[in-house]
Design a protein around this ligand. Sequence first.
Ligand SMILES: Nc1nc2c(ncn2[C@@H]2O[C@H](COP(=O)(O)OP(=O)(O)OP(=O)(O)O)[C@@H](O)[C@H]2O)c(=O)[nH]1
Ligand SMILES: [Mg+2]
Length: 394
Amino acid sequence: MNGTMDGNAWTGSVENIYSQVANSWDKAKQEMGTVNLLVTGKTGSGKSTLINAVFRKEMARAGIGRPVTQETKLYEDPDLPLRIYDTKGLELGSSTQAETMAGIRELIREKWKTRDENQFIHAIWYCVNCGTNRVEEKELEWINSLCAMGEAGVPVIVVLTQVFRKKVAKELEEVIDRELAGKPFYEGCFPLLAVADEEDPEGHPAFGLNALVEKTYLVIPSSRKAAFVNAQGVSIDAKAEAARKYIKGYILSSFGTGFAPLPLSDAPLLIANEIAMCTHMTAIFGIALDEKLIASIVTALVGVSAATIGGKTAVSGIMKLIPGPGTILGGIVSGMTAATLTAALGQVYIAVLEQIARGQLKKEDLNSETFKDQLRQMMKAEMDRKAKPKTAEK
Ligand SMILES: Nc1nc2c(ncn2[C@@H]2O[C@H](COP(=O)(O)OP(=O)(O)OP(=O)(O)O)[C@@H](O)[C@H]2O)c(=O)[nH]1
Ligand SMILES: [Mg+2]
Protein backbone atom coordinates (compact mmCIF):
# COMPACT_ATOMS: atom_id res chain seq x y z
CA MET A 1 0.00 0.00 0.00
CA ASN A 2 1.34 3.35 -0.85
CA GLY A 3 -0.69 6.28 0.25
CA THR A 4 -3.92 5.55 -1.52
CA MET A 5 -6.76 3.42 -0.37
CA ASP A 6 -9.82 2.67 -2.41
CA GLY A 7 -8.80 5.51 -4.65
CA ASN A 8 -8.89 8.07 -1.81
CA ALA A 9 -5.70 10.08 -1.83
CA TRP A 10 -4.10 10.41 1.57
CA THR A 11 -2.26 13.57 2.40
CA GLY A 12 -2.41 13.42 6.14
CA SER A 13 -4.17 16.57 7.26
CA VAL A 14 -6.98 16.53 9.75
CA GLU A 15 -9.36 18.03 7.22
CA ASN A 16 -8.39 15.22 4.97
CA ILE A 17 -9.35 12.63 7.54
CA TYR A 18 -12.73 14.25 7.95
CA SER A 19 -13.31 14.44 4.26
CA GLN A 20 -12.25 10.81 4.01
CA VAL A 21 -14.84 9.95 6.60
CA ALA A 22 -17.42 11.87 4.62
CA ASN A 23 -16.33 10.03 1.48
CA SER A 24 -16.57 6.65 3.09
CA TRP A 25 -19.97 7.59 4.43
CA ASP A 26 -21.19 8.44 0.92
CA LYS A 27 -19.57 5.33 -0.46
CA ALA A 28 -21.14 3.14 2.22
CA LYS A 29 -24.56 4.60 1.49
CA GLN A 30 -24.12 4.17 -2.22
CA GLU A 31 -23.03 0.56 -1.88
CA MET A 32 -25.93 -0.10 0.41
CA GLY A 33 -28.47 0.94 -2.19
CA THR A 34 -32.15 0.81 -1.37
CA VAL A 35 -34.39 -1.98 -0.25
CA ASN A 36 -37.99 -1.83 -1.46
CA LEU A 37 -40.81 -3.55 0.37
CA LEU A 38 -44.39 -3.93 -0.72
CA VAL A 39 -46.79 -4.15 2.18
CA THR A 40 -50.29 -5.21 1.32
CA GLY A 41 -53.43 -6.68 2.83
CA LYS A 42 -56.92 -5.48 3.61
CA THR A 43 -57.58 -2.16 5.24
CA GLY A 44 -57.21 -2.23 8.99
CA SER A 45 -55.07 -5.35 8.87
CA GLY A 46 -52.28 -3.43 10.56
CA LYS A 47 -49.92 -2.53 7.72
CA SER A 48 -49.09 0.94 9.00
CA THR A 49 -48.71 -0.25 12.58
CA LEU A 50 -46.34 -2.97 11.41
CA ILE A 51 -44.26 -0.67 9.23
CA ASN A 52 -43.86 1.83 12.04
CA ALA A 53 -42.88 -0.86 14.52
CA VAL A 54 -40.19 -2.38 12.31
CA PHE A 55 -38.37 0.61 10.91
CA ARG A 56 -36.37 3.22 12.69
CA LYS A 57 -38.76 5.99 11.88
CA GLU A 58 -42.45 6.43 11.73
CA MET A 59 -42.66 5.79 8.02
CA ALA A 60 -46.35 5.29 7.54
CA ARG A 61 -47.94 8.33 9.10
CA ALA A 62 -51.57 8.60 8.10
CA GLY A 63 -52.11 10.59 4.95
CA ILE A 64 -48.44 11.21 4.18
CA GLY A 65 -46.72 9.39 1.38
CA ARG A 66 -46.62 9.90 -2.33
CA PRO A 67 -49.42 8.27 -4.33
CA VAL A 68 -47.92 5.98 -6.98
CA THR A 69 -51.27 4.81 -8.27
CA GLN A 70 -54.73 5.39 -6.95
CA GLU A 71 -54.32 2.40 -4.65
CA THR A 72 -50.67 2.55 -3.76
CA LYS A 73 -48.62 5.00 -1.74
CA LEU A 74 -44.88 5.22 -1.56
CA TYR A 75 -43.18 6.03 1.72
CA GLU A 76 -39.58 7.08 1.73
CA ASP A 77 -37.31 8.97 4.04
CA PRO A 78 -34.04 10.59 2.99
CA ASP A 79 -32.32 9.10 6.05
CA LEU A 80 -33.37 5.52 5.45
CA PRO A 81 -32.21 3.23 2.62
CA LEU A 82 -35.76 2.00 2.31
CA ARG A 83 -38.88 2.49 0.22
CA ILE A 84 -42.23 1.11 1.22
CA TYR A 85 -45.14 0.62 -1.11
CA ASP A 86 -48.33 0.55 0.92
CA THR A 87 -51.44 -0.56 -0.92
CA LYS A 88 -55.10 -0.29 -0.18
CA GLY A 89 -58.42 -1.09 -1.75
CA LEU A 90 -58.45 -4.86 -1.34
CA GLU A 91 -61.48 -4.63 0.92
CA LEU A 92 -63.66 -2.69 -1.49
CA GLY A 93 -66.15 -3.99 -4.05
CA SER A 94 -65.08 -6.86 -6.26
CA SER A 95 -64.30 -4.75 -9.34
CA THR A 96 -61.99 -2.52 -7.26
CA GLN A 97 -60.37 -5.58 -5.69
CA ALA A 98 -59.53 -6.99 -9.09
CA GLU A 99 -58.18 -3.64 -10.21
CA THR A 100 -56.06 -3.25 -7.09
CA MET A 101 -54.60 -6.72 -7.43
CA ALA A 102 -53.86 -6.12 -11.10
CA GLY A 103 -52.24 -2.80 -10.15
CA ILE A 104 -49.99 -4.46 -7.57
CA ARG A 105 -48.89 -7.12 -10.02
CA GLU A 106 -48.28 -4.48 -12.66
CA LEU A 107 -46.14 -2.45 -10.24
CA ILE A 108 -43.98 -5.46 -9.43
CA ARG A 109 -43.53 -6.31 -13.08
CA GLU A 110 -42.83 -2.72 -14.06
CA LYS A 111 -40.11 -2.38 -11.41
CA TRP A 112 -38.61 -5.68 -12.45
CA LYS A 113 -38.46 -4.51 -16.07
CA THR A 114 -36.22 -1.58 -15.14
CA ARG A 115 -33.38 -4.08 -14.60
CA ASP A 116 -32.29 -1.76 -11.80
CA GLU A 117 -31.79 -3.51 -8.46
CA ASN A 118 -32.54 -0.27 -6.67
CA GLN A 119 -35.99 -0.23 -8.25
CA PHE A 120 -37.01 -3.87 -7.81
CA ILE A 121 -39.51 -4.83 -5.15
CA HIS A 122 -37.41 -7.11 -2.94
CA ALA A 123 -40.06 -8.65 -0.73
CA ILE A 124 -43.80 -8.60 -0.09
CA TRP A 125 -45.44 -8.64 3.31
CA TYR A 126 -49.04 -9.70 2.98
CA CYS A 127 -50.89 -8.83 6.19
CA VAL A 128 -53.79 -10.96 7.38
CA ASN A 129 -55.65 -9.74 10.44
CA CYS A 130 -55.77 -12.56 12.93
CA GLY A 131 -58.40 -10.70 14.95
CA THR A 132 -61.07 -11.66 12.42
CA ASN A 133 -60.38 -15.33 13.20
CA ARG A 134 -60.41 -16.45 9.62
CA VAL A 135 -58.77 -16.01 6.29
CA GLU A 136 -61.06 -15.55 3.34
CA GLU A 137 -60.91 -17.64 0.23
CA LYS A 138 -60.40 -14.43 -1.74
CA GLU A 139 -57.33 -13.54 0.27
CA LEU A 140 -55.78 -16.93 -0.32
CA GLU A 141 -56.39 -16.36 -4.02
CA TRP A 142 -54.58 -13.00 -3.88
CA ILE A 143 -51.62 -14.38 -1.99
CA ASN A 144 -51.50 -17.16 -4.54
CA SER A 145 -51.45 -14.71 -7.39
CA LEU A 146 -48.61 -12.75 -5.73
CA CYS A 147 -46.67 -16.00 -5.52
CA ALA A 148 -47.21 -16.59 -9.23
CA MET A 149 -45.35 -13.68 -10.79
CA GLY A 150 -43.05 -15.94 -12.79
CA GLU A 151 -39.74 -14.39 -13.72
CA ALA A 152 -40.68 -11.11 -12.00
CA GLY A 153 -41.40 -13.07 -8.81
CA VAL A 154 -40.67 -11.65 -5.36
CA PRO A 155 -40.54 -13.49 -2.00
CA VAL A 156 -43.95 -13.34 -0.33
CA ILE A 157 -44.18 -13.44 3.46
CA VAL A 158 -47.61 -13.68 5.03
CA VAL A 159 -47.81 -11.72 8.28
CA LEU A 160 -50.54 -12.67 10.73
CA THR A 161 -51.17 -9.38 12.46
CA GLN A 162 -52.91 -8.43 15.71
CA VAL A 163 -52.33 -11.84 17.24
CA PHE A 164 -53.85 -11.71 20.69
CA ARG A 165 -54.72 -15.39 20.61
CA LYS A 166 -51.91 -17.61 19.53
CA LYS A 167 -54.15 -20.63 19.15
CA VAL A 168 -56.23 -18.85 16.51
CA ALA A 169 -53.02 -17.75 14.78
CA LYS A 170 -51.82 -21.36 14.71
CA GLU A 171 -55.03 -22.46 13.01
CA LEU A 172 -54.89 -19.69 10.42
CA GLU A 173 -51.26 -20.46 9.81
CA GLU A 174 -52.13 -24.05 9.05
CA VAL A 175 -54.85 -23.07 6.59
CA ILE A 176 -52.52 -20.64 4.81
CA ASP A 177 -49.59 -23.05 4.80
CA ARG A 178 -51.73 -25.84 3.44
CA GLU A 179 -52.93 -23.61 0.62
CA LEU A 180 -49.56 -22.17 -0.30
CA ALA A 181 -47.00 -24.83 0.56
CA GLY A 182 -44.71 -25.46 -2.36
CA LYS A 183 -45.65 -22.27 -4.21
CA PRO A 184 -42.42 -20.89 -5.68
CA PHE A 185 -42.27 -17.55 -3.87
CA TYR A 186 -44.15 -18.35 -0.68
CA GLU A 187 -41.81 -17.88 2.29
CA GLY A 188 -44.10 -18.78 5.16
CA CYS A 189 -46.46 -17.29 7.64
CA PHE A 190 -45.36 -15.16 10.62
CA PRO A 191 -47.70 -14.43 13.54
CA LEU A 192 -47.05 -11.25 15.48
CA LEU A 193 -48.34 -8.48 17.63
CA ALA A 194 -46.51 -5.38 16.48
CA VAL A 195 -47.53 -3.21 19.41
CA ALA A 196 -48.96 -4.19 22.77
CA ASP A 197 -52.46 -2.85 23.44
CA GLU A 198 -52.44 -0.69 26.55
CA GLU A 199 -56.07 -1.46 27.24
CA ASP A 200 -55.73 -5.17 26.79
CA PRO A 201 -56.91 -6.59 30.15
CA GLU A 202 -54.69 -9.63 29.69
CA GLY A 203 -51.68 -7.48 28.86
CA HIS A 204 -50.35 -9.46 25.90
CA PRO A 205 -46.85 -8.30 25.08
CA ALA A 206 -45.75 -7.48 21.55
CA PHE A 207 -44.00 -10.40 19.86
CA GLY A 208 -42.87 -11.80 16.52
CA LEU A 209 -41.20 -8.78 14.94
CA ASN A 210 -37.76 -10.29 15.28
CA ALA A 211 -38.72 -13.48 13.47
CA LEU A 212 -40.24 -11.47 10.62
CA VAL A 213 -37.15 -9.29 10.33
CA GLU A 214 -34.85 -12.31 10.34
CA LYS A 215 -36.90 -14.07 7.68
CA THR A 216 -37.05 -10.99 5.49
CA TYR A 217 -33.30 -10.55 5.83
CA LEU A 218 -32.83 -14.13 4.64
CA VAL A 219 -35.06 -13.91 1.57
CA ILE A 220 -34.01 -10.55 0.10
CA PRO A 221 -31.08 -10.46 -2.34
CA SER A 222 -27.64 -10.26 -0.70
CA SER A 223 -27.04 -6.87 -2.30
CA ARG A 224 -29.97 -5.46 -0.24
CA LYS A 225 -29.17 -6.98 3.13
CA ALA A 226 -27.08 -4.09 4.42
CA ALA A 227 -29.82 -1.61 3.55
CA PHE A 228 -32.45 -3.70 5.27
CA VAL A 229 -30.31 -4.14 8.37
CA ASN A 230 -29.76 -0.42 8.50
CA ALA A 231 -33.42 0.51 8.12
CA GLN A 232 -34.94 -1.95 10.56
CA GLY A 233 -34.83 -1.08 14.23
CA VAL A 234 -35.99 -4.38 15.69
CA SER A 235 -32.87 -6.51 15.77
CA ILE A 236 -29.66 -4.95 17.07
CA ASP A 237 -28.16 -8.44 16.80
CA ALA A 238 -28.78 -8.40 13.05
CA LYS A 239 -26.95 -5.08 12.85
CA ALA A 240 -23.97 -6.42 14.81
CA GLU A 241 -23.89 -9.57 12.72
CA ALA A 242 -23.86 -7.63 9.45
CA ALA A 243 -21.12 -5.32 10.75
CA ARG A 244 -19.06 -8.32 11.87
CA LYS A 245 -19.29 -9.82 8.40
CA TYR A 246 -18.17 -6.53 7.02
CA ILE A 247 -14.99 -6.55 9.16
CA LYS A 248 -14.06 -9.94 7.77
CA GLY A 249 -14.49 -8.81 4.18
CA TYR A 250 -12.72 -5.60 4.96
CA ILE A 251 -9.65 -7.30 6.43
CA LEU A 252 -9.39 -9.60 3.45
CA SER A 253 -9.72 -6.86 0.89
CA SER A 254 -7.54 -4.34 2.71
CA PHE A 255 -4.70 -6.44 3.94
CA GLY A 256 -4.78 -9.46 1.71
CA THR A 257 -4.92 -13.01 2.91
CA GLY A 258 -1.30 -12.96 4.00
CA PHE A 259 -1.97 -10.52 6.86
CA ALA A 260 1.43 -9.04 6.29
CA PRO A 261 2.63 -6.45 8.82
CA LEU A 262 2.61 -2.97 7.41
CA PRO A 263 5.74 -0.89 7.26
CA LEU A 264 5.91 1.90 9.78
CA SER A 265 5.42 4.53 7.13
CA ASP A 266 1.98 3.18 6.36
CA ALA A 267 0.68 3.86 9.85
CA PRO A 268 -1.38 6.93 8.90
CA LEU A 269 -2.79 4.99 6.03
CA LEU A 270 -3.79 2.25 8.40
CA ILE A 271 -5.60 4.75 10.59
CA ALA A 272 -7.38 6.14 7.57
CA ASN A 273 -8.43 2.60 6.75
CA GLU A 274 -9.70 1.94 10.24
CA ILE A 275 -11.70 5.12 10.09
CA ALA A 276 -13.15 4.13 6.74
CA MET A 277 -14.08 0.73 8.15
CA CYS A 278 -15.74 2.21 11.22
CA THR A 279 -17.62 4.76 9.14
CA HIS A 280 -18.93 1.96 6.99
CA MET A 281 -20.02 -0.06 10.03
CA THR A 282 -21.74 3.01 11.46
CA ALA A 283 -23.65 3.28 8.20
CA ILE A 284 -24.62 -0.40 8.33
CA PHE A 285 -25.96 0.14 11.84
CA GLY A 286 -27.92 3.14 10.67
CA ILE A 287 -26.59 5.44 13.36
CA ALA A 288 -25.81 9.03 12.46
CA LEU A 289 -22.47 9.94 13.99
CA ASP A 290 -20.48 13.04 13.36
CA GLU A 291 -17.32 12.39 11.35
CA LYS A 292 -15.16 13.99 14.06
CA LEU A 293 -16.62 11.65 16.61
CA ILE A 294 -15.88 8.57 14.52
CA ALA A 295 -12.34 9.77 13.93
CA SER A 296 -11.79 10.49 17.60
CA ILE A 297 -13.10 7.09 18.70
CA VAL A 298 -10.89 5.31 16.20
CA THR A 299 -7.75 7.25 17.07
CA ALA A 300 -8.44 6.76 20.75
CA LEU A 301 -8.73 3.03 20.16
CA VAL A 302 -5.59 2.81 18.07
CA GLY A 303 -3.59 4.94 20.48
CA VAL A 304 -4.84 2.94 23.40
CA SER A 305 -4.04 -0.38 21.88
CA ALA A 306 -0.53 0.74 21.07
CA ALA A 307 0.06 1.83 24.64
CA THR A 308 -1.31 -1.45 25.84
CA ILE A 309 0.82 -3.72 23.77
CA GLY A 310 3.88 -2.06 22.50
CA GLY A 311 5.89 0.35 24.51
CA LYS A 312 7.70 1.72 21.51
CA THR A 313 6.99 5.36 20.82
CA ALA A 314 7.14 6.32 17.21
CA VAL A 315 4.82 9.20 16.68
CA SER A 316 5.06 10.37 13.16
CA GLY A 317 4.42 14.01 12.35
CA ILE A 318 1.19 13.11 10.70
CA MET A 319 -0.06 11.25 13.73
CA LYS A 320 0.16 14.38 15.82
CA LEU A 321 -2.39 15.98 13.55
CA ILE A 322 -4.93 13.35 14.30
CA PRO A 323 -7.19 14.28 17.18
CA GLY A 324 -7.07 12.00 20.17
CA PRO A 325 -4.26 10.84 22.38
CA GLY A 326 -0.73 10.74 20.96
CA THR A 327 -0.56 7.61 18.91
CA ILE A 328 2.26 5.14 18.91
CA LEU A 329 0.95 3.10 16.14
CA GLY A 330 4.38 2.38 14.70
CA GLY A 331 5.10 0.09 17.61
CA ILE A 332 2.05 -1.93 16.90
CA VAL A 333 2.36 -2.34 13.24
CA SER A 334 5.73 -3.96 13.63
CA GLY A 335 4.69 -5.86 16.72
CA MET A 336 1.38 -7.22 15.52
CA THR A 337 -0.30 -7.61 12.24
CA ALA A 338 -2.52 -4.83 11.08
CA ALA A 339 -5.21 -7.41 10.53
CA THR A 340 -5.35 -8.34 14.20
CA LEU A 341 -5.53 -4.72 15.21
CA THR A 342 -8.28 -4.14 12.68
CA ALA A 343 -10.27 -7.12 13.87
CA ALA A 344 -10.00 -6.08 17.53
CA LEU A 345 -10.85 -2.49 16.75
CA GLY A 346 -13.81 -3.60 14.68
CA GLN A 347 -15.18 -5.73 17.52
CA VAL A 348 -14.88 -2.96 20.06
CA TYR A 349 -16.41 -0.45 17.69
CA ILE A 350 -19.38 -2.77 17.09
CA ALA A 351 -19.86 -3.10 20.83
CA VAL A 352 -20.00 0.69 21.04
CA LEU A 353 -22.54 0.87 18.21
CA GLU A 354 -24.64 -1.80 19.89
CA GLN A 355 -24.68 0.19 23.11
CA ILE A 356 -25.76 3.31 21.25
CA ALA A 357 -28.45 1.39 19.35
CA ARG A 358 -29.79 -0.10 22.59
CA GLY A 359 -29.87 3.33 24.18
CA GLN A 360 -27.29 2.35 26.82
CA LEU A 361 -24.85 4.92 25.57
CA LYS A 362 -25.76 8.46 24.59
CA LYS A 363 -24.01 10.24 21.77
CA GLU A 364 -23.19 13.07 24.18
CA ASP A 365 -21.17 10.63 26.29
CA LEU A 366 -18.87 9.63 23.47
CA ASN A 367 -16.49 12.49 24.11
CA SER A 368 -16.24 11.95 27.84
CA GLU A 369 -13.21 10.65 29.69
CA THR A 370 -15.27 7.90 31.28
CA PHE A 371 -16.12 6.64 27.85
CA LYS A 372 -12.51 6.80 26.70
CA ASP A 373 -11.56 4.74 29.77
CA GLN A 374 -14.20 2.23 28.89
CA LEU A 375 -12.83 2.07 25.34
CA ARG A 376 -9.33 1.49 26.67
CA GLN A 377 -10.49 -1.44 28.76
CA MET A 378 -12.52 -2.95 25.98
CA MET A 379 -9.66 -2.67 23.51
CA LYS A 380 -7.19 -4.18 25.94
CA ALA A 381 -9.51 -7.10 26.64
CA GLU A 382 -10.07 -7.68 22.95
CA MET A 383 -6.36 -7.50 22.16
CA ASP A 384 -5.52 -9.88 25.02
CA ARG A 385 -8.17 -12.26 23.81
CA LYS A 386 -6.86 -12.15 20.25
CA ALA A 387 -3.22 -12.47 21.30
CA LYS A 388 -3.70 -15.56 23.45
CA PRO A 389 -4.95 -18.50 21.43
CA LYS A 390 -2.90 -17.96 18.28
CA THR A 391 0.63 -19.19 17.82
CA ALA A 392 2.84 -16.14 18.07
CA GLU A 393 1.38 -13.69 15.61
CA LYS A 394 4.14 -11.42 14.57
N1 LIG B 1 -52.48 -2.95 19.80
C1 LIG B 1 -52.31 -3.15 18.50
N2 LIG B 1 -53.18 -2.63 17.63
C2 LIG B 1 -52.97 -2.83 16.31
C3 LIG B 1 -51.87 -3.58 15.85
N3 LIG B 1 -51.92 -3.60 14.49
C4 LIG B 1 -53.00 -2.88 14.15
N4 LIG B 1 -53.64 -2.41 15.22
C5 LIG B 1 -54.83 -1.55 15.25
O1 LIG B 1 -55.66 -1.84 14.15
C6 LIG B 1 -56.10 -0.67 13.50
C7 LIG B 1 -55.66 -0.63 12.04
O2 LIG B 1 -54.26 -0.64 11.98
P1 LIG B 1 -53.45 0.09 10.82
O3 LIG B 1 -52.03 -0.17 11.08
O4 LIG B 1 -53.87 1.48 10.64
O5 LIG B 1 -53.97 -0.76 9.57
P2 LIG B 1 -53.67 -0.52 8.03
O6 LIG B 1 -53.56 -1.85 7.43
O7 LIG B 1 -52.54 0.39 7.84
O8 LIG B 1 -55.02 0.17 7.55
P3 LIG B 1 -55.25 1.09 6.23
O9 LIG B 1 -54.15 2.07 6.14
O10 LIG B 1 -56.58 1.70 6.46
O11 LIG B 1 -55.29 0.15 5.06
C8 LIG B 1 -55.56 0.50 14.31
O12 LIG B 1 -56.53 0.92 15.21
C9 LIG B 1 -54.39 -0.10 15.06
O13 LIG B 1 -54.17 0.53 16.26
C10 LIG B 1 -50.97 -4.13 16.82
O14 LIG B 1 -49.96 -4.78 16.53
N5 LIG B 1 -51.25 -3.88 18.12
MG1 LIG C 1 -52.30 2.21 6.78
